[in-house]
Each structure stands twice: as C-alpha cells, then as structure tokens.
Write a protein that binds this ligand. Structure first.
Ligand code: ADP
Length: 508
C-alpha cells in the first residue's frame, strides 16, 4: 500500500478520500485554492498544499501544479475524485509519466471510452446494445436530417465529448433540427472545446440504471449491482438508490455481465460505471462509461458492504480482487439525496453566502458525506454540492421513511438548499411506489416546488435561529463572568421552547 496519497479535488469527495486513506493507514495530502484555505477537506487531510487562485482553471484543473505538489510532499499516488481532471486522459498519462500512480483506469482505457462516439463504437464490437444512432460525429445538418428521418423523431443530439447534460438537445421534428444542431455544437464547443455532435434515438420514459464495476490489474473484473438514477433535472442526477425497483435478479445478472464485457473491451482497471437506459419493455441500452468514482457510489457501498474508495487504492497499489463474486444480491435498500446550495422554489437558482449553522443528521442507518462546515463560504466558483445525505434500511419503504427523518434533522442556515425539495420527493406517492423514469421529475416539478419552503423548512430555520441566539447569549454570559463557560442544559432547553417549535416538530 502507498504511504502517502495526494487528493486532486475538493469538497465532499476530497474528504471522503481522506477518510478512506486514514482507515488504510495512508497519509493524505489535500490541495486547496485560495477560496478553500479553511475548507474542511484541507483541514482534515494530514497535509495541505495551496495550488492557486479560486478559478478552477488556475488551481484544481492545473495538472502541472497538482503533480508538482505530489512530488514535493512525497506522495506516491494521486486520487482525482470525480469532475475536474478525473476523466482527462492527458492527466492520467502525465501522472504516470511523472513516476506517480494514477488511482483510476489506465489512460488508454479513458481514451477508449472517453468520447461517447468512441464508446458506442467499442460497445458495438463487444456485443453491448447501444441506443440506435450514429457512432461518428455528424458532418452537417443534411446528414443529421437523413439520420434523424431513418431513426424517427424525436431524436437526441449529443456532444461526443459530453458530460453533465451539456450539448444535448431533444429534437421533435425536422424543422427544429438545423438550429438545434447549431446550438448543441456551440454549447459543446464552449463546454468541452470540441464541437463534435452525434445523434441517437430519443427513448421515451426509460429509467437510468447504471452498473458499478471493479477490476484489478490481473484480469479480474466484478459487477457490483445497479444504481437507479432516474430522478434527474436537466439530465443531472438528484436522487439515487440501490437497488432499482425495476431490476430483477435475472436482469441484474444480464446487465452486470454486459457491463463487465464493456469494461473488459476497454481494457479497464479500477472502479468504473456503465450507464444504461432501461426501457419499459426490459430492453437496456448502453449510454456511456464513466471512468472514475461516481458521486452516487455510497448507495452501492451500503448495499454491498464494500468500501469502493479503499478498493480503488488497493487496486492501484497492485492488490488482487477476490475471484469469487464480491457481491451477489444487494442487501437492504439505500437512497442518496444530493444536498445543493440551490433554491428549488426559484428554479434552482444557485444560492451564495456563509453557512452560519450546520446540523448534520445522525442515528441508525444515516451517513452524511459533507464538504462544508459552519463558516464555509459558498460562492459560485465550484459545484453547488454541499454534501450527500445517504440512508440505509432493510426495505425501500423504510429507507424512504428514514431519509425523511434524516432530512428533517439536517439544518443548514446561511444559504438556500435543496433540502425541502428532497422532503417533498420523499412524500410523493408516485416516488414512494417507485413509478419513476428519467422524465418523472421534470413532469412533477411544478407541484414539488409550489408554495416555497415547507413547514419543515421553517421549523429548521427556527431551530437554527434559536440555537444561534442561545450561543450568543451563552457567549455574552461567559464574557460577563469573565470565563469561557458554555451554555448549560437548562438554557438550551429554553431556547428550543422559546422558538415555539418543539410541538411542531413532534406533530409531524
Ligand atoms: P451526460 O454525459 O451529459 O450526463 P448521458 O449520455 O449520460 O450524458 O445522458 C444524461 C441523461 O440524459 C441520461 O441519464 C438520460 O436521462 C438522458 N438521456 C441520454 N440519452 C438519452 C436517450 N437516447 N433518450 C432519452 N434520454 C436520454
């Protein structure tokens, strides 16, 4: 195993990797931009290195600075997390050329599936079903028109280099095609520096179901079951669960074998994910392969009992995976809610400010993978993900009830968050029945976001205000006593009662 690993990322995922390192007895080196000097990930790691100004392209996207920091601190390996440079072939290559280990797949595997068109072409050779469409970028609008006509509308234009739903356009008729193609190309160029766009059939009402794979350097590759990621807004995941209500043991095996076949065709090593669309008729189609740890990896960890980040380190250090299946059937049910600094009641407008108060949920079956603390400044430089709330329970119904309870305990003051939105999803009868597909959330949004924050949200703010007032009172008391005393139990009790909220909480 490595002695020291540098983590080329920030926020919750950097902290997640620090924790895995610590449990393995590996020292961790965090990197931070000027905006993150006092961020939890930088504080929690064993060492921390400043890599430049707040904009990512001057810090977290600077391969040269990251590699230099690793060498200077004596780290032997670099974990890229997700986002930033995690799926850049050139970074994986540069790390290895610098004599360090890249904790992820070889650069050649990233190249093999890095573009969606290359991945589709490879899938075809590996007998992996893909959504009908092209495997080459479109030359021009007239080619797009003839392909779209043969596929039948609606079709989906997609950026070959795509990610995060960027450069994607649904086209319902030939009349819309040329302008949609031009705008998809423009967006692809701005987002990825590559305007290649291809076309595929737009599948109505499928689920997004993805398979986690884990492969070692010695030829062993396992599938670790599925994640249901259909709760999406603008093609971005918001809630994930494992397993999926739509996946039977037979389908799990079939999708798992397909994912392993795809990963092997790419020469894949380490943790990766094959994304599929699962149609209502049970057919599934390969979408893309993500060559990194996924945001939603914890739901797989909770139903498999495996620590994926620890396995990433162990695989990168050359360890062998067991040859017997690492996971047969999922145990229980796990759900993850992405808690972002966005105002769901206001079209998910990013919210900025300082977190003045943070209460993290606890109790049975609750996990909080967070990247912020009280005092954290939430700006616009980075992704709005504040943390992930993940729960585990024996059944899906119990997991939903547990998530609801945990969301009620989660209190974040200082920025708007998506917490109340998640509560409403948990309370939705269709969600509770598992009757979801990738368009479900967009259809349901008007009713899920109507009427501003929920009473629960108001209660949370009242609790926070009461606790803040209480700590200020305690501070004043301590100052007047000339001692560093803290609040006693009785006055804390008063603060809650003063806010008139205890009954409100109990009733719900
Ligand atoms: P990105 O890499 O930009 O996230 P993906 O190919 O992973 O793009 O697709 C993102 C989401 O868009 C999917 O999870 C799914 O909800 C939707 N989507 C993608 N392809 C199709 C398709 N052919 N038909 C219908 N929906 C699709």
């Amino acid at each position: 195993m490595f002695n020291k690993v540098l983590i080329a990322n920030r926020g919750e995922i950097a902290l997640r990797i620090v924790r895995a390192c610590r449990e393995l007895g590996v020292a961790s080196v965090a990197v931070y931009s000027d905006a993150d000097a006092s961020a939890p990930h930088a504080r929690e790691a064993d060492e921390a290195v400043n890599i430049g100004p707040a904009p990512s392209r001057e810090s977290y996207l600077r391969a040269d600075k990251l590699i230099e920091a690793a060498k200077r601190t004596g780290a032997q390996a670099i974990h890229p997390g997700y986002g930033f440079l995690s799926e850049r072939e050139h970074f994986a290559r540069a790390v290895v050329e610098a004599g360090l280990v890249f904790i992820g797949p070889p650069a050649s595997a990233i190249a093999a599936v890095g573009s969606k068109t290359a991945a589709r072409a490879l899938a075809a050779t590996a007998n992996v079903p893909v959504v009908p469409g092209t495997t080459e970028p479109l030359r021009d609008a007239s080619e797009a028109e003839s392909v779209a006509k043969s596929l039948g509308y609606p079709v989906l234009l997609k950026a070959s280099a795509g990610g995060g739903g960027k450069g994607m356009r649904i086209v319902h008729s030939a009349a819309e095609l040329a302008s949609a193609l031009a705008s998809a190309k423009r967006e692809a160029m701005t987002s990825f520096g590559d305007d290649a766009v291809y076309v595929e059939k737009y599948i109505a009402g499928p689920r997004h179901v993805e398979i986690q794979v884990l492969g070692d350097m010695h030829g062993t590759m396992h599938s670790l079951g599925e994640r249901e990621c259909s709760i999406q807004r603008r093609h971005q995941k918001m809630i994930e669960e494992a397993p999926s209500v739509a996946v039977t043991p037979e389908l799990r095996k079939k999708m798992g074998d397909t994912a392993v076949r795809m990963a092997k065709a790419a020469g894949y090593v380490n943790a990766g994910t094959c994304e599929f669309l699962l149609a209502a008729d049970g057919n599934f189609y390969f979408l893309e392969m993500n060559t990194r740890l996924q945001v939603e990896h914890p739901v797989t960890e909770l139903v498999s009992g495996l620590d994926l980040v620890q396995w990433q380190l162990r695989i990168a250090a050359g360890e062998r995976l067991p040859t017997a299946p690492m996971m047969t059937e999922p145990r229980g049910w796990a759900i993850e809610c992405r808690i972002t600094s966005e105002d769901a009641g206001n079209d998910f407008l990013p919210s900025t400010g300082t977190i003045s108060f943070l209460r993290v949920p606890g109790g049975p079956g609750v996990r909080w993978d967070g990247g912020v603390g009280a005092g954290s400044e939430i700006g616009l430089h980075y992704d709005p993900l504040l943390g992930k709330l993940i729960v585990w329970a024996g059944t899906r119904d119990e997991a939903i009830a547990r998530m609801r309870r945990a969301l009620l305990e989660l209190t974040i003051v200082g920025v708007e968050t998506s917490r109340d939105f998640h509560l409403r999803v948990m309370d939705d009868v269709e969600f509770q029945r598992g009757a979801i597909d990738i368009q479900w959330l967009e259809r349901r949004l008007p009713s899920l976001t109507a009427g501003g924050s929920t009473p629960d949200g108001e209660i949370a703010v009242a609790i926070a205000a009461a606790l803040l007032a209480e700590s200020e009172r305690a501070g004043r008391l301590a100052a007047s006593n000339g001692a560093g005393g803290t609040a006693n139990g009785a006055s804390s009790h008063d603060a809650w009662r003063d806010a008139g909220i205890r009954d409100g909480l109990r009733r719900r």
